[in-house]
Design a protein around this ligand. Structure first.
Ligand SMILES: [Zn+2]
Length: 262
């Protein structure tokens, strides 16, 4: 009996201390999130990856908002040095296959994310609906997490990109556009991205992609994963460096060419 009581006491003690560990861990995790405008560990993407082509959608107006996004002061792309080095390796890989990387977005200042949130709350503003979210009422964009208050892009090691085919001088056909809000953008749409197997089928809205379009998405995905990037389950164009140097830091400096000795 006594032994059983002791065991019970020990089990309770372990249980209580594990709760404390979880609670302490989560509170220290929250307090470890930091915000800074220090760009010293960043590089201009085309300095590190000169073969990349830039089409910075948030500097222009062809994006889901329809206006230039806050914090984008020049049509350039910035990344942490570590992410840029890995992206250079990806670029060298796909160049050997006849492709160049085409960059839509990389580091995104918090002001840009805040602009998206402001736009998402302005329900009547649907100027770009036909191009980016024709199947969805705007008021579900928050609820379905198409727009969120924080983005991995703000930590500086995430990039949105596609492949440009040097033979045809066009983007490779991925069967969908960057920033399309819908299941058609998911890497597992019409296939299994782990095995590369095409399965076909269609979304609730009757949309589909071909075996070739799925295979094209896989070329990009495989090259990115080979060099340390991890995919996102909802966007075929979005990748984050697995070993990102600033997992808890959100940056606020604007997107423009970085000067000085980097
Ligand atoms: Zn992205």
């Amino acid at each position: 009996m006594k032994k059983n009581e002791l065991l019970l006491l020990a089990a309770v003690a372990v249980f209580v201390s594990s709760i404390c560990v979880i609670a302490c861990y989560s509170s220290s995790y929250k307090s470890s999130l930091s915000v800074t405008d220090d760009s010293s560990q960043f590089v201009t993407l085309t300095d590190a990856v000169p073969d990349a082509i830039l089409e910075i959608r948030y500097f222009g107006t062809y994006n889901f908002v329809g206006h230039r996004i806050d914090g984008y002061e020049e049509p350039t792309a910035l990344l942490t040095k570590r992410a840029a080095d890995s992206l250079r390796a990806v670029s060298d890989d796909v160049m050997a296959l006849g492709y160049r990387l085409k960059i839509y977005d990389a580091y995104r200042p918090q002001q840009g994310v805040d602009h998206f949130v402001r736009w998402a709350k302005d329900i009547p503003d649907t100027v770009m609906k036909d191009y980016f979210y024709p199947d969805l009422p705007k008021d579900v964009l928050f609820e379905r997490e198409y727009i969120m208050a924080h983005s991995g892009h703000t930590r500086g090691s995430t990039v949105d990109l596609t492949l440009f085919d040097m033979a045809t001088e066009k983007e490779l056909d991925m069967g969908g556009t960057f920033d399309w809000f819908g299941p058609e953008s998911h890497p597992d749409f019409c296939g299994n991205p782990e095995t590369g197997e095409y399965k076909g089928g269609s979304s609730d809205y009757g949309r589909s992609i071909t075996a070739e379009q799925f295979a094209n998405r896989m070329i990009l995905r495989k090259a990115m994963l080979r060099h340390g990037f991890k995919p996102l389950s909802t966007e075929w164009w979005h990748f984050t460096l697995e070993e990102e140097p600033f997992p808890d830091t959100y940056f606020t400096f604007p997107v423009k060419q970085l000067n000085g000795e980097k």
